[in-house]
Design a binder for this molecule. Structure first.
Ligand code: DLL
Length: 435
């Protein structure tokens, strides 16, 4: 199988990739215009006709699509194929407003699973591997996507879903799993539990992990790699665009290659909508050029990141995106300051005696925001003196202050007292009623 799942595509020259994207984009715009009344209306209002789109250079002429459009069109308003051609739905984990429901034909499932297969092969997966999938199964795309990719590669697939961590570890040992797929926070929890059970990396056969669905830092990567004795690869995706595998990391671990034969990426200024040049930081926008049932054109992800076409040592020519650096919407605004949970995480990961398990609690008292960060101590710290605990509290507090410019109340709590999540970690509890 080699280093790539699809070498022809993954290592295609820029000119050939552009040609492929141009052809697919033109056909997709026509398909959507002819079959989706909601989209036709948006294009008509903007005065754009399908024949105005002749290639990727015309992409900017199309209107953006946002989550608000998806909610308005819920459930069938953006469907581009008859329901009888659809074989699956998946849905977002969002807790506010209406859920987003995405539809798939069999062709759409195939291309999505193919993208996940590319990610697994990039992480070193072959038909000799045992791939333990502990992302949630069901409406969430994590489990089904990686499960499908793992089948395609020919790995022995363990469809574990999340939860029952001791059983996960038992299976991991008994069936000698070599690849672990789950959220990074769950991977860290599996690592902690492994150690609590009296085992270490030498007792398991894992070699790689494919972790995504939530933000995680480089420090967290190193921590998980150490706990489990593996190489940890990032994977990105969103339900609206298909699920995991929109982009994936290679052995260079310096960003995620976007599957550009299926998804065209742009970076825009989130305030003006203007397309920014390569290397600029801005909001990531995707156009899906091969999906049949739920093809979104210029969908605003709200994820902030940077794209780069620098040559990658892995040989892939697919454009790379940085780890998302936050979101334009779940960014917290505390006392007027923009706060990304990842900034807090990176402070904590630099402290040797605090753990990256934290929860931010924001409230509003007498018209002023309160900002508390609960941080778990590690076991060694428990036996320490009150003085050294106070010292740590002061250090975290001053580092947070210097990064964010605002003060937070730091509360150090006992190891394992912050509820663990088996899916995406709950890092923020916002009790303010601002809407
Ligand atoms: O989280 C799909 C997925 C499953 C990706 C498993 C990777 C692995 P949604 O629930 O629709 O889909 O959430 C999508 O999660 O817009 C990002 O804000 C965030 N996200 C996804 N992957 C990453 C990542 C899945 N690797 C939203 N790093 C996206 C940071 C991520 N954030």
């Amino acid at each position: 199988m080699g280093r790539y799942w699809n070498e022809k595509i993954e290592c295609m020259s820029r000119e050939d990739m552009k040609k492929l994207q141009d052809e697919r984009l033109v056909a997709q715009v026509r398909h959507v215009y002819d079959n989706v009344a909601y989209y036709r209306k948006m294009m008509d209002e903007k005065g754009v006709k399908p024949e105005d789109i002749r290639g990727t250079e015309d992409l900017h002429k199309l209107p953006f699509l946002t989550k608000a459009d998806l909610r308005e069109a819920y459930p069938y308003g953006l469907l581009a194929k008859p329901l009888s051609d659809c074989v699956r739905i998946q849905s977002t984990s969002g807790t506010t407003g209406k859920r987003v429901v995405a539809f798939y034909t069999q062709h759409d499932i195939d291309l999505w699973e193919d993208c996940c297969a590319r990610a697994i092969v990039a992480a070193g997966g072959t038909r000799d591997d045992v791939c333990q999938v502990c992302y949630g199964y069901g409406l969430f795309t994590g489990g089904p996507g990686l499960n499908g990719g793992s089948h395609k590669v020919g790995c022995l697939t363990l469809p574990m879903s999340s939860g029952n961590t001791e059983r996960q570890i038992q299976f991991m040992m008994d069936l000698q799993s070599t690849i672990l797929c789950c959220t990074p926070s769950y991977a860290a929890y599996i690592g902690e539990t492994l150690h609590d059970m009296g085992y270490g990396p030498d007792d398991i056969k894992l070699k790689a992990g494919i972790f995504g669905a939530e933000p995680w830092t480089e420090e967290m990567r190193r921590e998980i790699e150490k706990l489990l004795g593996i190489k940890a690869y990032d994977i990105y995706g969103l339900t609206e665009i298909s699920g995991p595998g929109v982009s994936f990391e290679c052995e260079e671990q310096t960003g995620m290659h976007i599957n550009e034969d299926h998804f065209i990426a742009e970076i825009i200024d989130p305030d003006t909508g203007e397309v920014l040049p390569e290397g600029s930081k801005g909001e990531l926008v995707f156009t899906s050029i091969t999906k049949e049932a739920f093809p979104l054109l210029r969908y605003r992800t709200r994820d902030i990141c940077v794209l780069t076409r620098e040559k990658c040592s892995c040989g892939r020519t697919l454009v790379k995106m940085s780890k998302p650096m936050g979101r334009t919407d779940d960014m917290l605004i505390i006392r007027g300051v923009n706060v990304f949970p990842s900034q807090i995480e990176s402070v904590l990961l630099k402290m040797s005696n605090a753990t990256p398990n934290y929860q931010i609690v924001v409230d509003r008292l007498n018209n002023s925001d309160t900002f508390e960060i609960m941080v778990e101590l590690n076991d060694d710290m428990l036996s320490d003196t009150v003085k050294s605990i106070e010292e740590l509290e002061r250090k975290i507090s001053s580092d947070i202050h210097s990064i964010l410019g605002i003060k937070a109340k730091i509360t150090l709590v006992e190891p394992k007292s912050i509820p663990r999540s088996e899916g995406k970690a709950v890092r923020v509890v916002d009790k303010r009623k601002l809407v």
